[in-house]
Design a protein around this ligand. Structure first.
Ligand code: NAD
Length: 498
């Protein structure tokens, strides 16, 4: 049986053209090619942008009341179909079903936030700033916004952006990862059902060719990108050069600092959950655990004990941890395990050749734990993006803090301690964008903003929350005077408030 076809969604319908470039979409739990996805060329991107541009004028003039009704309807539809969406995520990404459901739920929080758009878009008004003159501010949509998303959150990451872009009156072209393209199409069908006019939400499938056309397209006003750091930098540099507004979120190496007074059982649970959830393919995964001595031995033992109970297998069949997304990525992560051994770290739990609950041909790698990792080792310097946790032992809080602040990434970090003063000092001193205090994956709730520092984000704006509203709108200030019989006549001096 030939694999099914996955294509673009433009102007309210699946694309019906012929594509001369395609990619294979795998089920990572079996290793089988489950579908072929069309790769857009420049003409397809242009078609999607033109559909979004045509829809933009009517959509920006649609009342806040009507936009909100559609957003509420969309929220209800996604909520009712979240199992369907989660299954599609598990099938192409590999993460376990409960994790996929969690991703959809966190994405829904942004939709719920965007449902409050009438309040969020309220401007300021000052009556009588000068005699007979009022001033007020409004925020208006940018036009057509592109979203380019990574494989690891095929629903949630696009949902960080498009609910707010659409709520604020923009139209959208989404380019999802070519590795798991189906969730974006399900989302498009939910929008249609919710009553969103055709052309407001479009999906182009593809690779660098589509991305490069997005970056240069004169009718695209902004790009919201999430992915690896080299590509995030590329998007930022080329997008800004083309005059676009850019938010480009990159890679991560998230540290968890455990002080000697911490509850070590809580810390061990957190390290395992945050290190191996989604097989470590999360931008907020903990990949470096910094243990302040003398707790190293005890903590490593507690983590290793918990890891021995984790079941690796098919994410749709009740395993704790699923496969990696592709065989290439699995091999790359496994090569880091080889490198860690070569570089002299202590391999406490080896995930190569794991015992699997599922098809042998899946893209498997079991949870892996290294101890006595040094800061010059590649398993520490690089983002591995797999189920590999490194323990670095330090003598003091200061040494741990210095290690974290010296790393080039600054996405998320966590401190585990029972000392409120130490936690407060850490939140103040650490150069990272999102901080957890006894919370291992501190993904901010939708009404705050998500984003890292340093090489984890290029641009000035973080995703969603009030920063998201600002990103997708432009401010305008109006100074108005309605004619009154006592106007002041000719005056060529600079206007002053009187
Ligand atoms: P990736 O950078 O390979 O791909 C991201 C997007 O860019 C995809 O849509 C892809 O098609 C496109 N792309 C890939 N190569 C390109 C190129 N050469 N030119 C133009 N476009 C290109 O990332 P990924 O492997 O899909 O996702 C994993 C990465 O994303 C990790 O580094 C992870 O940390 C990061 N991530 C970061 C966050 C965050 O919030 N900071 C969230 C999720 C994932």
């Amino acid at each position: 049986m030939s694999p099914s076809r996955i294509t673009h969604y433009i102007n309210g319908a699946l694309w019906s053209g012929d594509s001369n470039r395609h990619g294979d979409v795998y089920n990572p739990a079996t290793g089988e090619v489950r579908a072929r996805v069309d790769f857009a060329n420049s003409a397809v991107v242009d078609e999607a942008v033109s559909s979004a541009k045509k829809a933009a004028t009517e959509w920006r003039n649609t009342s806040l009341a009507k936009r909100t009704q559609i957003l509420f309807a969309f929220r209800e539809i996604v909520n009712a179909r979240k199992e369907e969406l989660a299954k599609a995520i598990t099938l192409e990404h590999g993460k376990v079903l409960s994790d996929a459901l969690g991703e959809v739920t966190r994405g829904l929080e942004v939709v719920e936030f965007a449902c409050g758009i009438p309040h969020l878009l309220k401007g300021g008004f000052s009556e009588g700033v000068s005699t007979g003159i009022d001033v007020y501010s409004i925020r208006q949509p940018l036009g057509v916004d592109a979203i380019i998303s990574p494989f690891n959150f095929p629903a949630m990451v696009p949902m960080w952006f498009f609910p707010i872009a659409i709520a604020t009156g923009n139209t959208v072209v989404l380019k999802p990862s070519e590795k798991d393209p189906t969730p974006a199409l399900l989302i498009a069908s939910y929008w249609k059902e919710a009553g969103l006019p055709d052309g407001v939400f479009n999906v182009v499938q593809g690779d660098k060719v589509a991305v490069d056309r997005i970056l240069e397209h004169p009718d695209i006003s902004s790009v919201s990108f999430v992915g690896s750091t080299p590509i995030a930098k590329y998007i930022y540099e080329n997008g800004t050069k083309a005059g676009k507004r850019i938010q480009a979120l990159g890679g991560a190496k998230n540290h968890m600092l455990v002080l000697p007074d911490a509850d070590l059982d809580l810390a061990a649970d957190a390290a395992v959950n945050a290190g191996f959830g989604s097989a470590g393919e999360r931008c907020m995964a903990i990949s470096a655990l910094v243990a302040v001595e003398p707790i190293g031995d005890e903590l490593v033992k507690k983590i290793a004990d918990r890891m021995s109970k984790l079941r690796t297998g098919d994410g749709s069949a009740g395993a704790d941890m699923g496969p990696l997304v592709t065989s290439i990525h699995r091999d790359k992560v496994a090569s880091y395990v080889d490198a860690g051994e070569r570089e002299g770290a202590t391999l406490v739990v080896d995930g190569r050749n794991p015992k699997i609950e599922g098809a042998a041909s899946g893209f498997w790698l079991g949870p892996t734990l290294f101890d006595h990792v040094r800061s010059d080792m590649t398993i520490y310097t690089d983002e591995i993006f797999g189920p590999v946790l490194s323990v670095i032992r330090v003598k003091s809080y200061e040494e741990g803090l210095n290690l974290i602040n010296s790393h080039r990434y600054g996405n998320g970090t966590a401190i585990f301690t029972n000392d409120g003063g130490a936690a407060r000092r850490f939140q103040n001193e650490v150069t990272v964008g999102m901080i957890g205090i006894n919370v291992p994956i501190p993904v901010p709730t939708a009404y705050y903003s998500f984003g890292g520092w340093k090489s984890s984000l290029f641009g000035d704006t973080h995703a969603h929350g009030t920063e998201g509203i600002h990103f997708f709108t432009r401010g305008k200030v109006v100074t108005s005077r309605w004619l009154d019989p006592s106007h002041g006549g000719i005056n060529l001096g600079f206007p002053q408030n009187r």
